[in-house]
Ligand binder design. Structure first.
Ligand SMILES: CC(C)(COP(=O)(O)OP(=O)(O)OC[C@H]1O[C@@H](n2cnc3c(N)ncnc32)[C@H](O)[C@@H]1OP(=O)(O)O)[C@@H](O)C(=O)NCCC(=O)NCCS
Length: 446
């Protein structure tokens, strides 16, 4: 085997192993995915369908909501019709509905047939994906707004979550288009973003995923903004709308939908490119992601560890134990000592941890402080230390010790001074490992 090929294989093996955390985290969760009309027209659509099928195979419950905006405009234009818009919403005239039904129906069928594909040699071979459509959303007319009669433009009246959940529990992918029936039996033309948002909120979905034309939200220098908090997202909506080009407006709309979903307790909204092959898998199954995530989980969130974090802490500290930077801890030991730990979690992954061990009544020791290499130099180590110091102070601890072989300066710069082993409280001195030759630092807290 050629060296390059061998390295590629190792990369794949490492990537696949690292994705275990995400596979476990996503299993059984509900994701609502918005597929715009533009995404349906993109040559990458077949890869998106493969990736959605893979998610379904991994036990993710999927609801797909598709739009048809450019296709409807094109079909109407062919008949010499042009829609008028008010407040970014198409006014749907009664005599356009026949064309719209035919267009949207055709798109839904095409999407269905892509999920049905299972020819030998394709990634879908043997996947045996089940999908369904049904009366999952009841609509109502938008009515007359600012004196403009929207006619057959509708909005969501009710999402039938029970019906959707029954299908999801049976392992089916639920497909929803932008057309919705009203209780009077009429069909209305809705905004697919609105349906996706309403469905995600009604199901209390784990994630709302919006497929967009760019790699994510881009800042003014053209860099990807990987994670956003609510206020930042609001600011970007203004910035993107001000940029005014089609792509920016599209991303702004997706961000607005995210903000609406977020306000209704859907706390993870991903904006992912529909143009880039594999972008969704990279966003969902790698630590660094590959899109923009608006989430409640900011890396500012620091909390006390629980027993459920033991696995995450072990995988974070294992490489540091192997390198000799941290003292080895068994799973059993960690389980008994977990109440001493604080962690920082991002997207269901522990990215930082640190522990505070009391020594007698008035002393404490900071230990096992570890930040994942990708997140170092972001102030997380500092924040954990500050938090441990606060906890120590409120527990009446007066002096804080730390033993380190490689991070002396990190602690010196944070008010610790080097002391001798003999300055450690007696019971800790007895456990001092003379072979490791760690340096001892102390900080007086009062
Ligand atoms: C040491 C560690 C906890 C710091 O966390 P961090 O989140 O990267 O640190 P912060 O972002 O809060 O602070 C960054 C500053 O600390 C400094 N720093 C980071 N690691 C350091 C180290 N090992 N020695 C000295 N200074 C260090 C950085 O240079 C940076 O300083 P600068 O801003 O002046 O350049 C982290 O690098 C880590 O997990 N290292 C591996 C495990 C380890 O050594 N743990 C300590 C065992 S007791």
């Amino acid at each position: 085997m050629a060296v390059n090929e061998m390295n590629d294989n190792i990369d794949i093996i490492d990537w696949f192993r690292a994705s275990t955390t995400y596979i476990n985290a996503h299993r059984g969760k509900t994701f609502v995915v918005f597929v715009s009309g533009e995404a349906l027209a993109d040559p990458n659509l077949h890869n998106i369908v493969y990736d959605l099928s893979l998610l379904n195979s991994l036990g993710v419950k999927l609801v797909l909501v598709h739009g048809a905006r450019p296709q409807i405009s094109a079909a109407l234009a062919k008949n010499g019709r042009q829609s008028s818009y008010h407040r970014n919403l198409r006014v749907t005239e009664a005599d356009c509905m026949q064309t719209i039904k035919a267009t949207v129906g055709g798109l839904s069928l095409e999407l269905e047939s892509m999920f049905a594909m299972g020819i030998s040699g394709s990634p879908m071979h043997g996947a045996n994906i089940n999908y369904c459509r049904g009366n999952f959303v009841t609509s109502k007319p938008v009515g007359v707004v600012d004196g403009v009669d929207f006619q057959y433009t509708g909005k969501v009246r009710k999402v039938h979550s029970n019906r959707i959940n029954q299908q999801l529990d049976a392992g089916n992918i639920v497909l929803i288009s932008n057309l919705g029936n009203s209780v009077t039996g009429e069909l209305f033309n809705l905004s697919a973003e609105e349906i996706a948002t309403e469905v995600a909120a009604a199901l209390q979905a784990e994630k709302l995923i919006l497929l967009i034309p760019s790699a994510g939200v881009m800042d003014d220098e053209g860099n990807l903004v990987a994670s956003l908090q609510e206020q930042q997202a609001r600011e970007y909506v203004q910035t993107l709308r001000a940029r005014g080009d089609e792509e920016s407006v599209c991303v702004a709309q997706a961000l607005e939908a995210s903000l609406t979903a977020y306000a209704r307790n859907v706390h993870r909204c991903h904006l992912i490119s529909f143009k880039e092959n594999g972008a969704m898998l990279r966003e969902l199954f790698t630590r660094q992601g590959h899109g923009s995530l608006m989430s409640k989980d900011s890396i500012d969130q620091l909390r006390n560890a629980t027993i459920d974090d033991v696995g995450g802490i072990l995988s974070l500290i294992k490489p540091l134990e192997e390198a000799g930077t941290l003292v080895e801890r068994s799973r059993e030991l960690l389980e008994t000592e977990i109440s001493n730990f604080k962690v920082i979690e991002l997207e269901e992954t522990i990215i930082a941890c640190a522990a505070l061990y009391p020594i007698g009544e008035h002393h404490g020791e900071v230990a096992c402080i570890a930040i994942h290499p990708q997140f170092q130099k972001n102030g997380l180590g500092d924040r954990l230390l500050v938090s441990l110091e606060k906890t120590a102070k409120s527990a009446g601890i007066q002096s804080l010790f730390v033993l380190t072989t490689v991070a002396s300066h990190f602690f010196i710069e944070r008010g610790f001074t080097e002391v001798g082993v003999e300055d450690l409280p007696e019971q800790r001195q007895q456990l001092y490992n003379y072979q490791r030759r760690s340096k001892v630092f102390r900080k007086i807290l009062s």
